[in-house]
Design a protein around this ligand. Structure first.
Ligand code: DLL
Length: 436
């Protein structure tokens, strides 16, 4: 089944024509409504009339996460506040989160894009579908939720946490589909095994996995342990949230909803656009968004675009799985974490030297983050014999990190000079997770 064959199966010529028309419109819209873009275009001596076809996109400036942060909170919003019906936020590199407002039309487009994904996975009205991405400022929960409702399946808004209860609900309600991070799927499988819930007692058959990179061997393991077929779901909050791209039954790359999100691949160093098939950094332009449209947003995700038709009948361009990032962002339990966020917290506390290390592990399929940080010599000398003071400091740092990163962190305080110095560039992260 294809949710919207008119759009998902357009001829390439029709798609390019539609994209060109929409690009012109969106450039005109941001030119008149977002001073940031108007100034950028003026500096480049461009007006909306210079953008006539989709090929003209290369004339436009890039947008980065820093631009969003510098214009915090609403600087890039194009629609008046009265038209915004929802606001999501995702973590920024330091300090300010990225704020994204959606109009009613945006939520409608998002729901449809998500419905396209779910239909491609084989989800329909008869399904009972659990959304186990976090509900809240994160786009995963509500984004997937709206799509499930649009498809007409019964949505179970399980969110994250409370995994034992969730495992029992999967069995007792006969839940057939689930959306969550691939690492949570493995954690859930483990919890079920501990509870003695066996594969033949459950009816799971479809999984919509994303929000973090995963591999074919993780797919095999999840499929084997939960007895379902797992599909990739990709997205990012700056563009929309989940549903930017999705795997079909062929599972050969993820189809991009390119009538709404126009993809390009660029060389992250020279910023030159690259042809289909070549790996590089993925860039998106939102073609229809009203709340916060973005031109040529640099995702920092590395992948390539695939040429050629897909046997499923969809004509939309596909992207390969994400192989890495062109920045230092980590994804820990589905939450984006930048080492610079940890640095800003460490530097804000006088007790610490600016020496820290993030150690990431995967224990029982759950990611853990330990932050090691060195005490300053003066503080270390003054409190050396006072375990209570050290304990208080440790708790204070853990609480601050938790509020900035939105995840629990194990804090390990170190004596001055205890963190190993590297010879070349300083090493800030040791990621022991094996993404085989
Ligand atoms: O993670 C949106 C989402 C929610 C996607 C639920 C899929 C499912 P952000 O928090 O803004 O949004 O993080 C976006 O997560 O740039 C990628 O680096 C990574 N990411 C998302 N989906 C995938 C995926 C949501 N399927 C960032 N494979 C993106 C690999 C993914 N990485």
């Amino acid at each position: 089944m294809i949710w919207n064959p008119n759009k998902e199966c357009m001829s390439r010529d029709e798609m390019s024509a539609l994209q060109g028309k929409r690009l012109h419109k969106i450039v005109e819209y941001v030119y008149h409504n977002v001073p940031f873009y108007r100034h950028k275009l003026q500096e480049m001596d461009l007006t909306p009339d210079d953008i006539r076809s989709i090929d003209d996109i290369v004339k436009l400036p890039y947008t980065t996460k820093k631009d969003l942060r510098d214009n915090y909170p609403f600087g890039l919003q194009a629609a008046p506040q009265s038209e915004i019906i929802r606001i999501h936020a995702s973590s920024g590199t330091t300090g300010n989160p990225t704020i994204v407002g959606y109009t009613r039309k945006d939520i409608g487009v998002w729901s449809e894009c998500m419905a396209r994904c779910l239909t491609a996975y084989g989800v329909g009205r008869e399904d009972i579908f659990s959304v186990s991405y976090g509900y809240g400022l994160f786009t995963g929960g509500l984004g997937a939720h709206n799509g499930v409702e649009m498809v007409g399946a019964s949505v179970v808004p399980a969110s994250t946490g409370n995994t034992e209860k969730h495992a029992r609900l999967i069995r007792d309600l006969g839940i057939t589909g689930i959306a969550c991070t691939p690492s949570y799927a493995l954690y859930l499988a483990e919890t079920m095994e501990q509870l003695g819930i066996t594969k033949d007692q459950i009816k799971l058959r479809v999984g919509a996995f994303g929000a973090e990179p995963w591999t074919e061997s993780m797919r095999e393991e999840i499929q084997e342990r939960l007895g379902l077929k797992g599909f990739n779901l990709y997205g990012l909050s700056e563009i929309m949230g989940p549903s930017v791209s999705y795997e079909c039954q062929m599972q050969n790359g993820s189809h991009i909803n390119e009538d709404h999100f126009y993809p390009e691949i660029i060389n992250p160093v020279t910023l030159e656009p690259l042809p289909k098939g070549q790996p590089g950094e993925l860039v998106f332009t939102t073609l229809t968004k009203e709340g916060m449209p973005v031109l040529r947003y640099r995702t920092r995700d590395l992948c390539s675009l695939m040429a050629g038709d897909c046997d499923c009948g969809r004509t939309s361009v596909r992207m390969t799985p994400i192989t890495g990032r062109s920045d230092d962002m980590l994804i820990i339990r589905g939450i984006n974490v930048f080492p610079s966020q940890v640095e800003s917290v460490v530097l804000s506390m006088k007790e610490f030297a600016p020496r820290y290390l993030l150690v990431v592990n995967r224990v029982n399929n759950l990611d853990t983050l330990e932050v090691q940080v060195e005490l300053r010599q003066e503080y270390f000398t003054a409190t050396f014999d006072t375990p209570a003071a050290i304990d208080e400091l440790q708790k204070r740092l853990a609480a601050k990190l938790r509020s900035v990163l939105s995840i629990g962190v194990k804090v390990s305080l170190k004596a001055p000079n205890a963190i190993e110095r590297s010879q070349g560039k300083s090493v800030r992260v040791i990621d022991n997770r094996k993404l085989k």
